[in-house]
Design a protein around this ligand. Structure first.
Ligand SMILES: Nc1nc2c(c(=O)[nH]1)N[C@H]1C(S)=C(S)[C@@H](COP(=O)(O)O)O[C@H]1N2
Ligand SMILES: [Mo]
Length: 313
């Protein structure tokens, strides 16, 4: 099994696996028939008790390969820089995210404030290979490093009034030059229900391919919520707030008929301007069918039992 648990704070540069070595090792393990991309925390030395753990390993499907670092870090949606996916990496090249504070507040007994190093010190970092499906009809497979969102936010002890979790991005037009335009209402805001946020698949990303997270992928911390369209996986999170009422979110505010609160990947509900039944994996020519909940239905479908997924897109 490919499991890497470490605290980034003590990773030596020599321990960071170059992408080519990473990919070769994975090819070897695939040939050897070993479980790949699985996450099994039970029994690992620093795993915290509690129900933030994934009950079952997650796997890629046959024929699925992680995208290259070049693809992942070169084709980005990050409107704080630009709506041009190929321009983002260039615009982000000189940006340093430090110093950076993440606060966890709102309906909590213990408001918290973290820096990236605190997060890395407090929790073992896991590797998880997730599919990412953009609402625009393209997708990638990304080997993230991070911690379950649940492990971090439960430290703040949400109160019984907390029903939603709001995530707020950065607001600094000097750094994020796309914020000089009102392409979206700033700061970028996203939200999940409590049950979604506490689901063990919801992942707080600190890196990818065993390296620190590139700025264009949302450094220092971003979400990966793999069963939802990419816009729910907010980058560069500055604030997490527990709330009683459903928060307004950036894309739903911008175009409510196109981008709903849930944003669950659903091949049966077309975007008003295109089908969602298929997607193009970056690096491939032929489209693939899009799977309900992006292939994570076994894990998450029960969160939506009884909910009309057509009305609640
Ligand atoms: N703060 C912020 N987060 C964001 C976005 C954004 O514009 N700003 N774009 C979203 C969209 S639409 C997608 S598809 C993913 C893309 O993530 P990636 O560039 O790491 O592949 O980030 C999401 N998170
Ligand atoms: Mo997206």
């Amino acid at each position: 099994m490919l499991i890497r648990v470490n605290s980034r704070a003590c990773v030596q540069p020599s321990e960071i696996t170059p992408e080519s070595v990473w990919r070769e090792r994975r090819r070897f393990m695939t040939r050897a028939g070993l479980a790949i991309g699985s996450v099994a925390l039970a029994g690992l030395p620093h795993a915290r008790a509690g129900d933030c753990r994934l009950p079952n390993p997650i796997r890629l499907r046959d024929g699925e390969q992680p995208n290259t670092l070049q693809e992942i870090a070169g084709y980005n949606n990050f409107y704080e820089f630009s709506p041009d996916k190929k321009a983002v990496a260039h615009l982000a090249r000189d940006v340093t995210p430090q110093p950076w504070k993440l606060t966890v507040e709102g309906e909590v007994a213990k408001p918290l404030s973290f820096e990236l190093d605190d997060v890395l010190r407090l929790h073992p970092v896991e590797s998880r290979i997730y599919r990412l499906r953009c609402v625009e009809g393209w997708s990638m497979v990304i080997p993230w490093d991070g911690i379950p969102l649940c492990s971090l936010v439960s430290r703040a002890q949400p109160t019984s009034r907390a029903k939603y979790v709001r995530f707020v991005g950065p607001h600094d037009p000097k750094v994020y030059i796309g914020q000089r335009r009102s392409s979206l209402q700033w700061p970028y805001t996203e939200a999940l229900t409590i049950a979604e946020a506490m689901h063990p698949l919801s992942f707080l990303v600190t890196g990818l391919y065993g390296k620190p997270l590139p700025i264009q992928n949302g450094a220092p911390l971003r979400l990966a919520v793999p069963w939802k369209y990419g816009f729910k996986s907010i980058k560069a999170i500055a604030q997490i707030r527990f709330e009683e009422q459903r928060p307004q979110t950036s894309w739903t505010l911008a175009s409510p008929s196109e981008y709903g609160f849930y944003g669950n990947v659903n091949p049966d509900v077309p975007h008003p301007r295109w089908t969602q039944a298929r997607e193009t994996r970056i690096g491939e020519l032929k489209a693939r069918p899009t799977l309900p909940f992006n292939g994570y239905a076994d894990e998450v479908a029960q969160l939506y039992a009884g909910l009309d997924l057509r009305a609640n897109y």
